[in-house]
Design a protein. Structure first.
Length: 59
């Protein structure tokens, strides 16, 4: 193993999706009071998608 192997770094390819944020919010919602989101949008994915559209992640 030379020094080239150490300097060669791999860029992270993981990018969070709306489902990941929805899962986190779903877990946090269990500890909050009665959910303020309607049954048509249980995980608040519409709001999350709007937030992600306004703040795009770098590719």
């Amino acid at each position: 193993m030379g020094r080239d192997a150490v300097q060669e770094t791999v860029e992270p390819t993981y990018r969070p999706t709306v489902q990941d944020f929805a899962q986190v919010l779903g877990e946090r919602r269990r500890f909050s009071r009665a959910g303020r989101r309607g049954p048509s949008d249980p995980a608040g994915e519409d709001r999350l998608r709007a937030i992600l559209d306004r703040h795009p992640t770098r590719v």
